[in-house]
Design a protein around this ligand. Sequence first.
Ligand code: ADP
Ligand code: MG
Length: 249
Amino acid sequence: MRVSDLTISYGGEPVLEGASLTVGDGRFVSLVGPSGSGKSSLLRAVIGLQRPLSGTIETKLARSQIGILFQDDALLPWKTARDNVALGLSLNGMERGKALAEAEAWLERLDLAGFGDRFPRHLSGGQRKRVALAQVLAMKPELILMDEPFASLDAIVGARIVKDVVALVEGQGISVLLVTHDLEEAISLSDEVCLLSQGPRAHIIQHYAVPIPRPRDPIHSRTHPAFAPLYERLWADLSREVDHRAEAA
Ligand SMILES: Nc1ncnc2c1ncn2[C@@H]1O[C@H](COP(=O)(O)OP(=O)(O)O)[C@@H](O)[C@H]1O
Ligand SMILES: [Mg+2]
């Protein structure tokens, strides 16, 4: 998936200006930047929910090959966890019994064996996130777009899910574009970090390759010798942009 020179505006001044990034096959790319820098807007543009002012988005993938994981899960409250996961498969034409069996297998893979009959309101935040993830993975996507999906989870629950997500996308060769405001999360998970400046008129300051080998354990990634220097560099580059803007104002 390739985003070229994308500018997004809500009426007046652009929130995001001239952003370009590429997510190659099997690559984990993060777009990281301050709140309001247009990250969610960019993701909405990729799935066609937001019309950019200019720029292009190219992908060889059909919409059905792109999974979405947002901060607020999109589970249907009146369906059980298993039915929620099976829903997309059924809509794709899979016979109901097979869809339910597939759904159960994904719930088990995500440590939710025995929770299939529960409704979303009877699951914890972390469990709901796992159901949403099972829902996405069951569709066998080529690319997953994630918008701060772990932000609402507490540290321990979040760390466990992130670890599972990394193992699953690495194992299945799925490409990911993760949007986050968390520099550490971006570095520890990604092959490449695209750093956005502060909005409005946010632009991509730079792209950074993350030289931490795979398979990765996201917690141990943070103690890899390459982690701290890269974090310092991103932080310095971002701070310079913010200071520069403050001086110009
Ligand atoms: N539908 C909208 N109409 C008007 N302004 C919007 C809309 N969506 C987002 N914005 C504004 O655009 C800016 C970027 O928003 P967003 O893409 O959500 O940023 P981020 O995800 O990086 O926090 C913010 O200032 C936000 O208030
Ligand atoms: Mg956002």
